[in-house]
Design a protein around this ligand. Structure first.
Ligand code: PHE
Length: 331
């Protein structure tokens, strides 16, 4: 493993990056989830002794950092030369203004408004949450134990050293905030940004939008949850095949993940389940009397399917050629 690692280190250093395509090639070769050599070796660590696992785990993680730094430094150089170039051009403030076209809503805003509409039709109210959360609302009240991997520094952006303040990792914290202050029956939808320490790629980003829905009343059952999900997917995507796959979330029991059959493969798009009675107890809702379901869905993934987008980085590039295509959709 040692010689292999030395070679990888040399290859990282000598990889010549000139264009954005090179950056992508570089990223895929070294840290790409499917083909990257570093994730591949990380998976092989389990065959080593505990001692070696630690040593090589550390070395491989350092290499990952090195790769990310090289990617970031390319972007930075590009941007700074672009801005100096722009500033050098002279700008005549006396020239009359040009006619400018009306802008359009961002595809994610269009989808957000559509979801709010679809759910208000079946009695859901919309509420906003907070992007900066504390440990209790994001983790503890949702039954997420102290040693859960999502609480790791590598996954969550903590805003202070004692790890009490953080960028929320999911919109499920809204459940807690709302349930604390309101009595059932509750039918709520909330949409907003969530943050996770993920490598940026065509399928993932460190920030994305989540829609969270939950319904609490007497005798709410799993079949109510299924009906609601089918209604939502039908309204947004039309006739498309979906499947419920048993899964695990600390705050729902039972839990399921929902996949959509798209482009000949199953694409995971959301998590859901019956709210764990322990979570209801945490916010002083009588779990003997009430039950409820909750679901969380990523908007970027969903919009990929609706608009047939291949790479979710395009949402945040501010490229007019992309954004102007949504002009007709003044939702
Ligand atoms: N919060 C979960 C996530 O971010 C999704 C989820 C929401 C699952 C509600 C179950 C119920 O992955």
């Amino acid at each position: 493993m040692k010689t292999e690692i030395d070679q990888i280190k040399k290859n990282i250093e000598s990889f010549y990056i000139k264009t954005h395509q090179d950056v992508e090639k570089f990223r895929i070769e070294f840290i790409g989830k499917k083909k990257g050599i570093i994730p591949f070796l990380l998976k092989k660590l389990k065959y080593l002794s505990i001692e070696n696992r630690k040593i090589y785990g550390q070395i491989l993680n350092d290499l990952k950092v090195q790769v990310n730094k090289k990617i970031q430094s390319f972007d930075f150089k590009k941007k700074s030369s672009y801005y100096t170039h722009q500033c050098k051009k002279s700008f005549d403030t006396t020239i009359p203004g040009k006619y400018s076209e009306i802008g359009s809503l961002h595809p994610l805003s269009i989808l957000k408004n559509r979801m709010i509409d679809i759910f208000s039709n079946i009695g859901y109210s919309y509420v906003d949450g907070f992007e900066i959360e504390d440990d209790w609302h994001n983790f503890t009240a949702l039954n997420i134990p102290f040693d859960h991997p999502s609480r790791d520094m590598h996954d969550t952006f903590f805003l202070c050293e004692n790890k009490n303040v953080l960028m929320r990792t999911h919109t499920s914290s809204v459940q807690i905030r709302y349930m604390k202050q309101n009595k059932p029956p509750l039918k709520i939808l909330s949409i907003g940004k969530v943050y996770r320490n993920e490598t940026i790629s065509s399928r993932s980003n460190f920030m994305f939008h989540q829609a969270e829905g939950f319904y609490i009343d007497k005798k709410v059952s799993f079949s109510d949850l299924k009906k609601t999900i089918h209604y939502m997917i039908d309204s947004i995507l039309g006739n498309i095949k979906i499947r419920f796959r048993p899964s695990y979330f600390p705050f729902t029991e039972p839990s399921a993940e929902i996949d959509i059959f798209y482009n000949n493969e199953w694409l995971e798009i959301m998590g859901c389940g019956m709210i764990d009675p322990e979570v209801l107890n945490n916010v002083h809702i009588n779990s003997e009397m009430y039950s409820g379901f909750a679901f969380g869905i990523g908007l970027e993934r969903l919009a990929l399917i609706i608009y047939n987008i291949k790479d979710l980085r395009i949402y945040f590039d501010n490229d007019i050629r992309f954004l102007s295509q949504f002009r007709s959709e003044l939702y």
